[in-house]
Design a protein around this ligand. Structure first.
Ligand code: TRH
Length: 377
Protein backbone atom coordinates (compact mmCIF):
# COMPACT_ATOMS: atom_id res chain seq x y z
CA UNK A 1 0.00 0.00 0.00
CA UNK A 2 1.32 3.39 -0.98
CA UNK A 3 1.61 5.88 1.85
CA UNK A 4 -0.97 8.62 2.31
CA UNK A 5 0.00 12.26 2.75
CA UNK A 6 -1.95 15.16 4.26
CA UNK A 7 -0.74 18.69 3.58
CA UNK A 8 -2.33 21.51 5.57
CA UNK A 9 -2.36 25.06 4.25
CA UNK A 10 -3.77 28.20 5.80
CA UNK A 11 -3.73 31.15 3.45
CA UNK A 12 -2.26 33.94 5.58
CA UNK A 13 -2.22 36.49 2.78
CA UNK A 14 -1.09 36.63 -0.84
CA UNK A 15 -0.45 33.45 -2.82
CA UNK A 16 2.75 31.94 -1.44
CA UNK A 17 1.18 29.56 1.07
CA UNK A 18 -1.14 27.97 -1.44
CA UNK A 19 1.41 28.33 -4.26
CA UNK A 20 4.00 26.23 -2.44
CA UNK A 21 1.63 23.60 -1.04
CA UNK A 22 -0.22 23.12 -4.32
CA UNK A 23 3.04 22.64 -6.16
CA UNK A 24 4.30 20.16 -3.56
CA UNK A 25 1.02 18.20 -3.49
CA UNK A 26 1.00 17.88 -7.29
CA UNK A 27 4.57 16.69 -7.38
CA UNK A 28 4.12 14.07 -4.65
CA UNK A 29 1.13 12.67 -6.52
CA UNK A 30 2.53 12.88 -10.05
CA UNK A 31 6.14 11.87 -9.50
CA UNK A 32 5.96 9.69 -6.41
CA UNK A 33 2.48 8.25 -6.87
CA UNK A 34 1.31 8.96 -3.34
CA UNK A 35 -2.30 9.56 -2.31
CA UNK A 36 -2.21 13.24 -1.36
CA UNK A 37 -4.88 15.32 0.34
CA UNK A 38 -4.38 19.08 0.35
CA UNK A 39 -6.39 20.84 3.08
CA UNK A 40 -6.93 24.52 2.28
CA UNK A 41 -8.86 27.08 4.30
CA UNK A 42 -9.32 29.56 1.42
CA UNK A 43 -10.32 28.06 -1.89
CA UNK A 44 -10.91 31.50 -3.44
CA UNK A 45 -7.19 32.29 -3.22
CA UNK A 46 -6.48 28.86 -4.68
CA UNK A 47 -8.74 29.62 -7.67
CA UNK A 48 -6.26 32.27 -8.81
CA UNK A 49 -3.51 29.69 -9.25
CA UNK A 50 -5.75 26.92 -10.49
CA UNK A 51 -8.84 28.23 -12.26
CA UNK A 52 -10.32 24.68 -12.35
CA UNK A 53 -10.91 24.83 -8.58
CA UNK A 54 -14.57 24.98 -7.61
CA UNK A 55 -14.55 27.08 -4.44
CA UNK A 56 -17.99 25.76 -3.49
CA UNK A 57 -16.87 22.14 -3.16
CA UNK A 58 -15.67 20.60 0.10
CA UNK A 59 -13.90 17.84 -1.77
CA UNK A 60 -12.60 17.65 -5.34
CA UNK A 61 -9.85 16.02 -7.37
CA UNK A 62 -7.45 18.28 -9.21
CA UNK A 63 -4.38 17.10 -11.08
CA UNK A 64 -4.15 13.85 -9.11
CA UNK A 65 -4.56 15.58 -5.72
CA UNK A 66 -7.59 15.38 -3.45
CA UNK A 67 -8.30 18.98 -2.54
CA UNK A 68 -10.27 19.33 0.70
CA UNK A 69 -11.79 22.37 2.30
CA UNK A 70 -10.27 22.90 5.73
CA UNK A 71 -13.54 23.65 7.42
CA UNK A 72 -14.36 24.71 10.95
CA UNK A 73 -15.75 22.83 12.77
CA UNK A 74 -13.51 20.02 11.65
CA UNK A 75 -15.17 16.84 10.33
CA UNK A 76 -13.24 13.80 11.63
CA UNK A 77 -10.96 11.92 9.20
CA UNK A 78 -8.30 9.29 9.63
CA UNK A 79 -4.83 10.81 9.83
CA UNK A 80 -2.39 10.08 7.00
CA UNK A 81 1.03 8.38 7.14
CA UNK A 82 2.80 11.69 6.54
CA UNK A 83 1.40 14.97 7.84
CA UNK A 84 2.78 18.28 6.66
CA UNK A 85 1.82 21.49 8.40
CA UNK A 86 2.88 24.24 6.02
CA UNK A 87 4.44 27.34 7.50
CA UNK A 88 3.71 26.44 11.12
CA UNK A 89 -0.05 26.33 10.71
CA UNK A 90 -1.84 24.77 13.71
CA UNK A 91 -3.60 21.51 12.89
CA UNK A 92 -7.17 20.87 14.05
CA UNK A 93 -7.13 19.34 17.53
CA UNK A 94 -9.31 16.39 16.47
CA UNK A 95 -6.94 15.64 13.63
CA UNK A 96 -4.00 15.52 16.05
CA UNK A 97 -5.98 13.12 18.24
CA UNK A 98 -6.42 10.96 15.17
CA UNK A 99 -2.62 11.08 14.57
CA UNK A 100 -2.01 10.00 18.16
CA UNK A 101 -4.58 7.20 17.87
CA UNK A 102 -2.88 5.48 14.92
CA UNK A 103 -1.12 2.13 15.41
CA UNK A 104 1.99 3.52 13.76
CA UNK A 105 2.46 7.19 14.45
CA UNK A 106 2.70 9.41 11.36
CA UNK A 107 5.73 11.37 10.23
CA UNK A 108 4.72 14.91 11.23
CA UNK A 109 6.62 17.79 9.71
CA UNK A 110 6.51 21.52 9.76
CA UNK A 111 7.37 22.78 6.28
CA UNK A 112 9.07 26.06 7.06
CA UNK A 113 9.76 29.25 5.13
CA UNK A 114 12.67 29.34 2.72
CA UNK A 115 15.83 31.09 3.85
CA UNK A 116 19.50 31.16 2.90
CA UNK A 117 20.59 31.89 6.47
CA UNK A 118 23.26 29.56 7.89
CA UNK A 119 21.27 28.46 10.94
CA UNK A 120 18.81 26.67 8.61
CA UNK A 121 21.33 23.89 8.03
CA UNK A 122 21.65 23.23 11.76
CA UNK A 123 17.90 23.26 12.38
CA UNK A 124 16.68 21.21 9.42
CA UNK A 125 15.31 17.88 10.68
CA UNK A 126 15.40 18.80 14.39
CA UNK A 127 12.49 17.77 16.63
CA UNK A 128 9.90 20.46 17.34
CA UNK A 129 6.88 20.04 19.65
CA UNK A 130 5.08 16.81 20.58
CA UNK A 131 1.39 16.04 20.66
CA UNK A 132 1.00 13.13 23.06
CA UNK A 133 3.59 10.63 21.77
CA UNK A 134 3.67 12.09 18.24
CA UNK A 135 6.81 14.11 17.52
CA UNK A 136 6.85 16.96 15.05
CA UNK A 137 10.02 17.77 13.08
CA UNK A 138 11.28 20.89 11.33
CA UNK A 139 11.76 20.69 7.60
CA UNK A 140 13.61 23.67 6.19
CA UNK A 141 13.79 24.33 2.46
CA UNK A 142 17.07 25.90 1.45
CA UNK A 143 19.84 26.47 -1.04
CA UNK A 144 22.66 24.74 0.76
CA UNK A 145 23.52 21.06 1.20
CA UNK A 146 22.03 19.86 4.48
CA UNK A 147 18.71 21.69 3.97
CA UNK A 148 15.46 20.38 2.46
CA UNK A 149 16.24 21.89 -0.95
CA UNK A 150 13.90 23.67 -3.35
CA UNK A 151 10.71 22.61 -5.07
CA UNK A 152 11.60 21.55 -8.60
CA UNK A 153 9.54 19.26 -10.79
CA UNK A 154 11.31 16.53 -12.75
CA UNK A 155 12.40 17.76 -16.18
CA UNK A 156 11.74 21.42 -15.39
CA UNK A 157 15.04 22.74 -16.71
CA UNK A 158 14.78 20.60 -19.83
CA UNK A 159 11.30 22.04 -20.47
CA UNK A 160 12.64 25.53 -20.03
CA UNK A 161 15.55 24.85 -22.38
CA UNK A 162 13.24 23.49 -25.07
CA UNK A 163 11.01 26.54 -24.71
CA UNK A 164 13.76 29.15 -24.94
CA UNK A 165 15.33 27.40 -27.90
CA UNK A 166 12.07 27.63 -29.81
CA UNK A 167 11.40 31.30 -30.68
CA UNK A 168 8.05 30.35 -32.19
CA UNK A 169 6.87 28.80 -28.89
CA UNK A 170 7.93 31.94 -27.01
CA UNK A 171 6.26 34.23 -29.56
CA UNK A 172 3.04 32.20 -29.54
CA UNK A 173 2.98 32.15 -25.76
CA UNK A 174 3.45 35.91 -25.46
CA UNK A 175 0.90 36.66 -28.15
CA UNK A 176 -1.52 34.37 -26.28
CA UNK A 177 -1.12 36.76 -23.35
CA UNK A 178 -1.79 39.70 -25.63
CA UNK A 179 1.88 40.73 -25.74
CA UNK A 180 3.42 41.55 -29.09
CA UNK A 181 7.18 41.24 -28.55
CA UNK A 182 8.90 44.15 -30.26
CA UNK A 183 12.20 43.40 -31.99
CA UNK A 184 15.14 44.48 -29.86
CA UNK A 185 13.02 45.40 -26.87
CA UNK A 186 14.03 44.24 -23.42
CA UNK A 187 11.32 42.20 -21.72
CA UNK A 188 10.84 42.52 -17.96
CA UNK A 189 8.18 40.90 -15.79
CA UNK A 190 7.15 42.73 -12.63
CA UNK A 191 5.53 40.91 -9.71
CA UNK A 192 6.08 42.78 -6.46
CA UNK A 193 4.52 44.35 -3.40
CA UNK A 194 3.86 48.09 -3.30
CA UNK A 195 7.23 49.86 -3.67
CA UNK A 196 8.05 53.57 -3.56
CA UNK A 197 11.29 52.85 -5.39
CA UNK A 198 9.43 51.87 -8.55
CA UNK A 199 9.09 55.39 -9.95
CA UNK A 200 12.87 55.87 -10.17
CA UNK A 201 13.24 52.57 -12.03
CA UNK A 202 10.45 53.42 -14.46
CA UNK A 203 11.99 56.86 -15.06
CA UNK A 204 15.26 55.14 -15.98
CA UNK A 205 13.52 52.68 -18.31
CA UNK A 206 11.50 55.42 -20.01
CA UNK A 207 14.60 57.50 -20.73
CA UNK A 208 16.75 54.57 -21.89
CA UNK A 209 17.90 54.35 -25.50
CA UNK A 210 16.79 50.72 -25.70
CA UNK A 211 13.04 50.07 -25.53
CA UNK A 212 11.60 48.01 -22.66
CA UNK A 213 8.36 46.11 -22.46
CA UNK A 214 7.32 45.83 -18.84
CA UNK A 215 4.81 43.06 -18.21
CA UNK A 216 2.85 43.46 -14.99
CA UNK A 217 0.52 40.69 -13.81
CA UNK A 218 -2.52 42.15 -12.03
CA UNK A 219 -1.65 42.63 -8.37
CA UNK A 220 -0.35 44.91 -5.65
CA UNK A 221 2.42 46.77 -7.52
CA UNK A 222 -0.09 48.02 -10.06
CA UNK A 223 -1.02 50.85 -7.66
CA UNK A 224 2.50 52.31 -8.00
CA UNK A 225 2.67 51.61 -11.73
CA UNK A 226 -0.55 53.59 -12.23
CA UNK A 227 0.61 56.41 -9.99
CA UNK A 228 3.72 56.79 -12.12
CA UNK A 229 1.74 56.60 -15.34
CA UNK A 230 -0.95 58.97 -14.03
CA UNK A 231 -3.68 56.48 -14.91
CA UNK A 232 -6.36 54.56 -13.03
CA UNK A 233 -8.29 51.32 -13.25
CA UNK A 234 -5.80 49.51 -15.45
CA UNK A 235 -6.77 45.88 -15.92
CA UNK A 236 -5.39 42.95 -17.88
CA UNK A 237 -4.82 43.99 -21.48
CA UNK A 238 -4.24 47.70 -20.68
CA UNK A 239 -1.14 49.18 -22.32
CA UNK A 240 0.59 52.54 -21.89
CA UNK A 241 3.71 53.97 -23.50
CA UNK A 242 6.05 56.55 -21.92
CA UNK A 243 9.25 57.26 -23.82
CA UNK A 244 11.12 54.00 -24.36
CA UNK A 245 8.91 52.16 -21.89
CA UNK A 246 5.78 50.20 -22.72
CA UNK A 247 3.82 49.02 -19.70
CA UNK A 248 1.38 46.22 -20.24
CA UNK A 249 -0.91 44.67 -17.65
CA UNK A 250 -1.28 40.90 -17.81
CA UNK A 251 -3.87 38.64 -16.28
CA UNK A 252 -2.81 36.54 -13.31
CA UNK A 253 -2.06 33.26 -15.08
CA UNK A 254 -1.90 29.62 -13.88
CA UNK A 255 1.44 28.56 -12.41
CA UNK A 256 2.72 26.79 -15.55
CA UNK A 257 2.08 29.90 -17.64
CA UNK A 258 3.78 32.04 -15.06
CA UNK A 259 6.87 29.87 -15.53
CA UNK A 260 6.72 30.47 -19.26
CA UNK A 261 6.44 34.19 -18.66
CA UNK A 262 9.59 34.08 -16.51
CA UNK A 263 11.40 32.02 -19.17
CA UNK A 264 10.39 34.59 -21.81
CA UNK A 265 11.80 37.66 -20.07
CA UNK A 266 15.30 39.12 -19.84
CA UNK A 267 14.76 40.19 -16.22
CA UNK A 268 12.18 39.08 -13.70
CA UNK A 269 11.08 41.00 -10.64
CA UNK A 270 9.54 38.53 -8.22
CA UNK A 271 8.49 38.43 -4.59
CA UNK A 272 7.70 36.26 -1.56
CA UNK A 273 8.85 32.68 -1.84
CA UNK A 274 7.51 30.65 -4.71
CA UNK A 275 7.90 33.14 -7.56
CA UNK A 276 11.37 33.85 -6.17
CA UNK A 277 12.31 30.20 -6.65
CA UNK A 278 10.65 29.97 -10.06
CA UNK A 279 12.66 32.96 -11.26
CA UNK A 280 15.83 31.13 -10.23
CA UNK A 281 14.79 28.13 -12.31
CA UNK A 282 14.24 30.53 -15.20
CA UNK A 283 17.99 31.15 -15.21
CA UNK A 284 17.60 34.89 -15.83
CA UNK A 285 18.69 37.81 -13.66
CA UNK A 286 16.07 38.36 -11.00
CA UNK A 287 15.08 41.12 -8.63
CA UNK A 288 13.59 39.88 -5.37
CA UNK A 289 11.06 41.85 -3.37
CA UNK A 290 11.23 40.04 -0.07
CA UNK A 291 8.15 39.69 2.16
CA UNK A 292 8.44 42.31 4.93
CA UNK A 293 8.71 41.11 8.48
CA UNK A 294 8.64 42.87 11.83
CA UNK A 295 11.85 44.54 13.02
CA UNK A 296 13.24 44.29 9.48
CA UNK A 297 14.36 40.70 10.05
CA UNK A 298 13.64 40.11 6.37
CA UNK A 299 16.69 42.22 5.57
CA UNK A 300 18.94 39.61 7.22
CA UNK A 301 17.34 36.99 4.99
CA UNK A 302 17.97 39.17 1.98
CA UNK A 303 21.63 39.62 2.85
CA UNK A 304 22.07 35.90 3.50
CA UNK A 305 20.76 35.10 0.04
CA UNK A 306 22.88 37.78 -1.60
CA UNK A 307 25.99 36.46 0.06
CA UNK A 308 25.33 32.99 -1.30
CA UNK A 309 24.10 34.02 -4.72
CA UNK A 310 26.83 36.55 -5.44
CA UNK A 311 29.68 34.08 -5.01
CA UNK A 312 31.64 33.90 -8.23
CA UNK A 313 30.56 37.30 -9.56
CA UNK A 314 33.20 39.88 -10.42
CA UNK A 315 33.39 42.84 -8.03
CA UNK A 316 31.54 45.28 -10.35
CA UNK A 317 28.76 42.78 -11.17
CA UNK A 318 28.36 41.88 -7.50
CA UNK A 319 28.17 45.53 -6.46
CA UNK A 320 25.65 46.27 -9.21
CA UNK A 321 23.44 43.33 -8.38
CA UNK A 322 23.49 43.81 -4.62
CA UNK A 323 22.95 47.55 -4.95
CA UNK A 324 19.96 46.92 -7.17
CA UNK A 325 18.37 44.49 -4.67
CA UNK A 326 19.07 46.68 -1.67
CA UNK A 327 17.61 49.76 -3.36
CA UNK A 328 14.46 47.82 -4.28
CA UNK A 329 13.95 46.45 -0.80
CA UNK A 330 14.55 49.79 0.88
CA UNK A 331 12.43 51.71 -1.63
CA UNK A 332 15.53 53.66 -2.61
CA UNK A 333 16.64 55.28 -5.87
CA UNK A 334 16.85 52.53 -8.48
CA UNK A 335 18.51 54.57 -11.23
CA UNK A 336 22.22 54.19 -10.35
CA UNK A 337 22.09 50.47 -9.60
CA UNK A 338 19.96 49.73 -12.66
CA UNK A 339 22.53 51.49 -14.83
CA UNK A 340 25.25 49.36 -13.21
CA UNK A 341 23.20 46.19 -13.72
CA UNK A 342 22.91 46.97 -17.44
CA UNK A 343 26.67 47.50 -17.64
CA UNK A 344 27.09 43.97 -16.22
CA UNK A 345 24.11 42.42 -17.93
CA UNK A 346 25.93 39.65 -19.76
CA UNK A 347 27.81 38.46 -16.70
CA UNK A 348 24.67 38.56 -14.57
CA UNK A 349 22.76 36.55 -17.18
CA UNK A 350 25.48 33.89 -17.33
CA UNK A 351 25.63 33.79 -13.58
CA UNK A 352 21.85 33.30 -13.29
CA UNK A 353 22.04 30.33 -15.63
CA UNK A 354 24.95 28.84 -13.70
CA UNK A 355 23.13 29.32 -10.40
CA UNK A 356 20.03 27.53 -11.68
CA UNK A 357 22.11 24.59 -12.88
CA UNK A 358 23.99 24.38 -9.62
CA UNK A 359 20.78 24.45 -7.56
CA UNK A 360 19.20 21.89 -9.89
CA UNK A 361 22.07 19.50 -9.21
CA UNK A 362 20.76 19.14 -5.62
CA UNK A 363 17.93 16.88 -4.47
CA UNK A 364 14.58 18.61 -4.94
CA UNK A 365 12.34 19.27 -1.94
CA UNK A 366 9.64 16.69 -2.74
CA UNK A 367 12.24 13.95 -3.23
CA UNK A 368 13.96 15.00 0.01
CA UNK A 369 10.63 14.61 1.83
CA UNK A 370 10.08 11.19 0.29
CA UNK A 371 13.58 10.06 1.29
CA UNK A 372 12.97 11.28 4.82
CA UNK A 373 9.74 9.29 4.97
CA UNK A 374 11.35 6.13 3.58
CA UNK A 375 14.12 6.38 6.19
CA UNK A 376 11.49 6.95 8.86
CA UNK A 377 9.67 3.72 8.12
O1 TRH B 1 2.07 35.92 -3.13
P1 TRH B 1 3.36 36.03 -2.43
O2 TRH B 1 3.72 37.37 -1.98
O3 TRH B 1 3.36 35.05 -1.18
C1 TRH B 1 3.91 35.39 0.06
C2 TRH B 1 5.18 34.67 0.34
O4 TRH B 1 5.05 33.29 0.18
C3 TRH B 1 5.62 34.98 1.74
O5 TRH B 1 6.79 34.31 2.04
C4 TRH B 1 4.54 34.56 2.68
O6 TRH B 1 4.90 34.79 3.97
C5 TRH B 1 3.30 35.31 2.31
O7 TRH B 1 2.94 35.04 0.98
C6 TRH B 1 2.16 34.91 3.21
O8 TRH B 1 4.54 35.51 -3.38
P2 TRH B 1 4.93 34.06 -3.87
O9 TRH B 1 5.44 33.22 -2.76
O10 TRH B 1 5.79 34.26 -5.00
O11 TRH B 1 3.58 33.40 -4.38
C7 TRH B 1 2.96 33.79 -5.58
C8 TRH B 1 2.40 32.59 -6.28
O12 TRH B 1 1.60 33.00 -7.37
C9 TRH B 1 3.47 31.67 -6.87
O13 TRH B 1 3.08 30.32 -6.75
C10 TRH B 1 3.49 32.06 -8.35
C11 TRH B 1 2.05 32.35 -8.56
N1 TRH B 1 1.68 33.18 -9.71
C12 TRH B 1 0.92 32.60 -10.71
O14 TRH B 1 0.60 31.40 -10.64
N2 TRH B 1 0.53 33.39 -11.75
C13 TRH B 1 0.86 34.70 -11.85
O15 TRH B 1 0.46 35.36 -12.84
C14 TRH B 1 1.68 35.25 -10.84
C15 TRH B 1 2.11 36.69 -10.93
C16 TRH B 1 2.06 34.48 -9.77
Amino acid sequence: MKATWDIFCTVVDNFGDIGVTWRLARQLAAEHDYAVRLWVDDLRAFEHLCPAIDAELDRQRQRGVEVRRWSTPWAPVEAADVVIAAFACALPHDYMESMAGRDKEPLWLNLDYLSAEDWIVGCHGLPSVKFRQVQKFFFFPGFQPGTGGLLREAGLLEQRRAFVQDPRARGDFLRGLGVDPTDGARLISLFAYENDGLASWLDALASDTRPTQLLVPEGRILVDVQRWLGTKDMAAGAREVRGSLTVQVLPFVPQEDYDRLLWSCDFNAVRGEDSFVRAQWAGRPLLWHIYRQEDDVHLDKLEAFLELYSQGLSAPAKAAFEGWWRAWNRAGDMAPSWKAVLENERELAEHAERWSLEQASRTDLATALVKLYLNWI
